[in-house]
Design a protein around this ligand. Sequence first.
Ligand code: 5GP
Ligand code: ZN
Length: 117
Amino acid sequence: MNDNDCLFCKIVAGEIPSKRVRETQRVLAFRDINPKTPTHVLVIPKDHYADVADLVHADPELAAETLAVAAAVADDEGVTGSGWRLLANSGPDAGQEVFHMHLHVFGGKPLGPMISA
Ligand code: 5GP
Ligand code: ZN
C-alpha cells in the first residue's frame, strides 16, 4: 500500500529519481540525497509504514528482509570489514523527517561517537 503524499513512496514508484543500489521484490535501497558519510544508503520497505514499530508489528518478515538488505548493501559497499552503522529515526526526539520507515546505512570512514550529547 502506498501513500500519495509520501516522498519515499514516490521514489519507489519512480516518480522521483533516485540512485538505486539494491532491490528485492519488497525492499529498495538507494543513496541518500545528502550523504553524511562516504557510504550513506537508505533501505526501505516498498510498502508504506511510518516507522520501525509500524513495520515490525504489521509484517515482521518484511522487517527482517529490510535488515538483510541493509547488511547486503554494507557488503556491496565494501564496508563489512571496516565497519558500518545502522540507524533508524522514529518520531520527533529522533528528528525523523520522512515518515516512511527507512534504515540509514553509514560507512566508509570512522563514524565517531554513537550519539552527540
Ligand atoms: P530521517 O531524518 O527521516 O531519518 O532521514 C531522511 C533522509 O532522507 C535524510 O538523510 C535526507 O537527506 C534524505 N532525503 C530527503 N529527501 C530525499 C530525496 O528526495 N532523495 C533521497 N535519495 N534522499 C532524500
Ligand atoms: Zn511512503
